[in-house]
Design a protein. Structure first.
Length: 409
């Protein structure tokens, strides 16, 4: 069916004022040559009505509340129209009204579903959800809200209004107009696809939107481990006595280099995570906050020395607690004080453990994966980059192993 004209007009029925002097708001749907009228089940003070904008003027409580309901109503009408278009069968204005009125009360919109999902995440923070995870959804909600307001002139959209063009225009909007990097854009699009998948599964959407839409490729970056020179600089640098905060940060960082612990884990592990094996060796065993996968590592003498240094029976955690912001700030100061050229962060200690402390010393990558608490060895392969020293050592072993071989032509 070819639709040459589709229009929704809202107007006041001033001849039917109620006892409080308010007029009912009526609607008229036009599809080609067919017209169907309906009651919006809303009323307002006639002097506030703007017939050109089909809205109430001002920011009074009445204006705000009625305008919000008008937005939802128009959203429902357009969603019904889009659904009928997708069916590719003839319809008229009455068909739009019937579908709209039948689904309006149970309609779930994109941002409403995202809000509901975020409420669920908030309830799980500290259990199996990190605060940073909720932050990603907040930014996605913010950018989607700006895009919907610009494109549809409304505060939300129904899933029936989504199409392939929507996600492409949203991608251009957040990358070109808002200036987000591709990694951020990819993350926002992934959350949008997730919401569409949930909507289809729960019956809020008649089709699975963007199921075959390929996300932009993630930029591959090699984790930043310290060079041996930089590691020795920060390990051996004498920090002044008056910089106790920097001393603690440096020791926490070194512990990460010796054990592979992340910041989220180092602030959670306690004495209960330490145990001694039958040979008398001390081990650290804990479940990672990020994945809940178990990590276990045999402690080096240097790591044990750090534990002894900060041992305190009156404190539950193995080390004094420093906030993430203080650690991040102190790491920048340590880099300057130790004259290290490459950028470093606390997480660089985890990378350094994977490559500098273990892989270069001949520890098998399968073992490193268990130490780091990875559920998939492919993740470890990214962390444990092959350093030049590792490459040279492996080539020397290969040459030695094949020294007795003779080439026969």
């Amino acid at each position: 069916m070819k639709v040459e004209k589709f229009k929704v007009l809202l107007y006041l029925k001033k001849s039917s004022l109620d006892k409080s002097g308010k007029a009912p708001i009526m609607g008229r749907i036009t599809v080609n040559n067919s017209i169907s009228q309906f009651s919006c089940k809303l009323s307002c003070t006639p002097t506030l009505w703007n017939p050109r904008e089909s809205r109430l003027d001002g920011k009074s409580r009445e204006a705000v509340e009625v305008n919000q309901k008008i937005d939802k109503l128009l959203l429902g009408v357009h969603s019904a129209f889009d659904s009928l278009i997708e069916r590719k069968k003839p319809f008229d204005a009455e068909s739009v009204k019937v579908l709209f009125q039948g689904s309006m009360n149970s309609q779930t919109t994109l941002l409403a579903l995202l809000d509901s999902y975020m409420d669920g995440l908030r309830a799980r923070i500290g259990i199996d959800v990190a605060p940073t995870t909720l932050g990603s959804y907040k930014y996605t909600h913010r950018t989607l809200s700006k895009f919907i307001k610009k494109k549809f002139k409304t505060k939300d959209v129904a899933f029936g209004q989504l199409n392939e063009q929507f996600i492409r225009e949203y991608q251009d909007f957040i990358s070109l107009e808002l200036g987000y990097a591709m990694d951020g854009v990819r993350h926002f699009l992934a959350i949008l696809k997730k919401m569409c998948k949930i909507a289809f599964k729960e019956g809020y959407s008649e089709k699975l939107h963007f199921a075959y839409y390929k996300l932009p490729k993630q930029k591959e970056t090699t984790p930043k481990a310290l060079s041996r020179e930089s590691f020795e600089k920060i390990r051996d640098f004498e920090i002044p006595e008056n910089r106790r905060s920097h001393r603690l940060t440096r020791d926490l960082f070194l512990f990460a280099c010796y054990t592979g612990t992340s910041y989220a884990d180092i602030v959670r592990i306690t004495g209960e995570n330490l145990y001694t094996d039958e040979e008398g060796s001390l081990w650290l065993k804990y479940r990672r906050k990020k994945t809940d996968f178990q990590a276990r590592v045999k402690l080096l003498p240097e790591a044990i020395a750090l534990l002894d240094k900060y041992k305190d029976e009156n404190r539950e955690s193995l080390f004094p607690i420093q906030s993430a912001e203080v650690v991040q700030l102190n790491m920048r100061g340590l880099r300057i004080m130790a004259d290290i050229k490459q950028p470093i962060s606390y997480h660089s200690g985890r990378h350094s453990f994977a490559s500098l402390v273990t892989l270069e010393e001949g520890v098998p990558i399968e073992t490193i994966s268990r130490m780091l608490g990875h559920s998939n060895i492919r993740t470890t392969q990214v962390y444990a980059r092959v350093t030049p020293k590792k490459l040279f050592d492996d080539m020397d072993k290969f040459i030695e192993a094949t020294s007795d071989l003779k080439l026969v032509l």
